[in-house]
Structure formats: C-alpha cells, structure tokens
Write a protein that binds this ligand. Structure first.
Ligand code: SF4
Length: 419
C-alpha cells in the first residue's frame, strides 16, 4: 500500500462526480468575469442558500483542502505555512489554505482544477472550532480589500438549542442578508430563496435516503465513495445537487435491490470515526481483502436534517446552529449516542477510530466512546494514528499491523477461519 493512494470507485454515478467537481471550480473561476461577487465562507451553514438565491458565488476554503490533498498539492502549501511560523501541530485544513493563499495561489503555473478566485466578501464565522475561526482571521489579513461579515452565532450543543438561540440566529440571518445586499449590490428575492431552500431540502432528503441504503446487507456502497458529499458542501440549494444525488440514489437503490454488494463476500461491516485521510482514500479499500467493508462514517451525519421552504429564514437559522457542530462541536455524550445508534442501524462489527493529529475537536472523547461501544454493544475498536491532511503523520506499516490484527480478531469472533 502506498502512503497516498486513490480509492477504487465502483459506482458509475460516483465517477460522474469528477465532472461535478470540475464544473463547480470552473464556475468559481468564471464568477469575476461574469460579475458575480465571490464569497468565501465556512461550509455547513445557511449562508450557502442565501448566496445561491442572490446569485453570489460561494467558495469554501476548507473544502479546497481535500481537493489539494487528492491532487498531491499539500506539501508545497504546508511548506509555505510552516515557513510563515504556523506549527505542524495545527489543523491541516488551516495550514493548507494559509499556505495556498500565500504561495501557490499567487504563482502563474496552472494547477489541476485551476485556482480559487480572490474573495470580494469574507464570511468570518467566529464560531465552529478555533482553527476555522483563525483561518478566516488570516484570510482577512491576506485579502484586505474584501468586505468582511463577522458572524456571531451561539456555540451551543445540538441537543441544547432553545427558542432564544433560534431567535438570535434568525436575527443574525437578517443581518447577513442586509450585509450581502449591500456588499454584493443586489436584493434578495424571498420567493427565490424559498425555491433554493426547497432544493436544499430535496438534497437532504436524497442524502438521507442514500445513507439508509447502506443499512442493507451486503452494503451497496462504501466509505470509499464518500466524495459524493462534495455536492452537499458546495451545491446545496441548486438543481445540480438534486440531479446528481438522484443519479446516485437510483444506482444505489438498484444495487440494493439486486443484493449487489461492494465486494462479493461481505463478512465484516466497519464504521470509520473521524475525517478520512483525504490523500489516501484507498485506505477504505484495504479492509476488503479480508472481507471488511466500511459501511458508515462520522461525517455523513452532518447533512441529516430537513428544511421547511415555507419558513426559509427559520430553516436556515436552524441549519446554521445544527450542521457545523454536528461533527465537530457536539458534546461527547451526543457523539457517543450518535455512534452507538449508527452501529445498531448499520449492523456494525467493528469501529475504526482515526485518532486525528490535526483535528482535536473530533478526536476528543474517542476513549469514552470506545468504552461505551465495548460495554453497551460489545463492539471492538481499533485506533489508527494519522492526520486527515498531512501524510507525514501517517505510517503505512503501523496502519497495516493494527488493521490486520483487528480484522483477524473480528473474523475469529464471527467464526470465520482466516487463512
Ligand atoms: S473541525 Fe477539525 S478539521 Fe475542521 S477546521 Fe476544526 S480542527 Fe480543522
């Protein structure tokens, strides 16, 4: 196994993703020429629907990092960031984007998928995790002419959202719309926003339906295809997301009905906790040689929510309060419950805990969750030490030794003799 390796794509519709990704970045690059103001923002909040409704171009610096990892572009970005004094212990998304905007983004050489257009507007979150806040503070310094909206949402655990949090988030949404109208020189049409929220809701419904098919045995698709979530990050509120997810849903539905699994003989069903290794998605295929399929992962829960188009402002407020904390800022107790439920629903035999050197918010609490999995469900876990962005913090030999021993133990528990 290589340190950086692509996954095996088995879904035909998954392959269409390359086109979706290329089209999105082309659209981003064309935005300045076409007079659409470019808005850089964090992912997973209600601002994306506002941007699409107002014909503004949303760009997600955090999402650009997995793209750089997939194309092997991170070493240069890390070198630039570390040269500026950013520690190697910091979040890989932060180091990558800061290195990128201060290095390769300014170079003339063409890169795969082009480059990000400079922001006219920055939506600085002041929420989520500390690294994501710091990314935007650094971007404000790098792009001093961009107009900055300083967001202010309560940092509240999902299970503790109350009406007063909602009222505040609705007010913040109104303040954001006023800012975008002024900075983007255009008016929000409420009817258009309802249409966009309806499309966003359709995408969420399709997402949930797709995830539900993963409960089927054998699983019709694995975590190796989780790149399909690109549309949830970048295209929510557009017909493009709905069309693509419909294609994926139809194919997965057919595979499920035909009992067509990822591999011919599925023996073990696995759960992946924490962010994937974006530079080595092939790792998900590693378990297949011993009959293991990674059928579910933490990230996919982030889009499991519904929006009400007749109440667009409330829906987007709730989305902003819920989505981002869903994976990174939720309480350990809630994460434990989410993982235990997922293990029951997806019939999980074993959990792989990615102890992620560069994402502490998601790594925190893994020991508590491991204990709960063992005592409440009798499900074993294995820890893999790595980093979702930085291949220097990942040892293939250590991974293989731990993964092989774990798989052998799981096979023996289920009565399979492994030869
Ligand atoms: S949640 Fe983790 S990966 Fe995402 S920005 Fe924060 S520290 Fe980085």
């Amino acid at each position: 196994m290589e340190k950086t390796q692509k996954s095996i794509k088995r879904l035909k519709s998954g392959k269409a993703l390359n086109q979706v990704v290329a089209e999105y970045y082309l659209e981003c690059m064309q935005a300045p020429r076409e007079g659409r103001p470019v808005v850089w923002m964090p992912p997973m909040n209600g601002a994306i629907e506002m941007c699409y409704a107002m014909d503004l171009q949303p760009v997600f610096p955090e999402n650009w990092s997995p793209v750089c990892a997939a194309f092997g572009l991170t070493p240069r970005n890390f070198e630039v960031a570390e040269g500026m004094g950013y520690s190697r212990d910091l979040c890989g998304y932060l180091r990558n984007i800061i290195g990128y905007v201060n290095g390769p983004m300014q170079a003339e050489a063409a890169m795969p998928l082009g480059r990000l257009p400079e922001p006219d507007i920055l939506l600085s979150p002041n929420g989520g995790c500390v690294p994501v806040m710091k990314i935007f503070h650094a971007l404000e310094r790098r792009f001093p002419s961009a107009k900055v909206f300083a967001g202010d949402l309560p940092q509240v655990a999902v299970e503790e959202i109350k009406q007063h949090h909602m009222d505040y988030a609705v007010q913040e949404g109104a303040r954001l719309i006023e800012f975008l109208e002024h900075a983007g020189k255009r008016k929000l049409n409420e009817e258009r926003l309802r249409e966009v929220v309806a499309l966003s809701d359709q995408a969420c419904a399709l997402w949930d339906e797709i995830m539900t098919y993963r409960r089927v045995i054998p699983a019709p698709f694995s975590a190796a295809e989780i790149g399909i979530m690109f549309v949830m990050v970048t295209r929510q509120g557009t017909a493009k997301a709905v069309d693509f997810l419909t294609l994926v849903r139809d194919e997965i539905q057919e595979r499920a009905h035909q009992h067509q699994g990822v591999i011919a003989d599925e023996k073990l069903r696995l759960f992946w906790d924490n962010i994937p290794l974006w530079y080595n998605m092939g790792l998900f295929n590693y378990f297949e040689k011993m009959g293991g399929v990674v059928v579910a992962e933490t990230y996919s829960a982030a889009w499991s929510l519904r929006l009400d188009p007749s109440r667009p402002f409330e829906s987007l407020a709730l989305k902003s309060l819920r989505s981002y904390p869903m994976v990174s800022c939720v309480s350990v107790e809630r994460r434990k419950q989410m993982l235990l439920n997922a293990c029951r629903e997806y019939h999980i035999d074993g959990v792989i805990m990615h102890r992620n050197k560069s994402c502490l918010p998601i790594t925190l609490g893994q020991m508590d969750i491991k204990r709960a999995l063992e005592t409440e469900l009798g499900i074993p876990t294995v820890f893999i030490d790595a980093d979702h962005m930085d291949a220097r913090n990942f040892s293939v030999a250590q991974f293989q030794a731990r993964a092989d021993a774990f798989m052998e133990m799981l096979l023996a528990r289920k009565g399979y003799a492994h030869g």
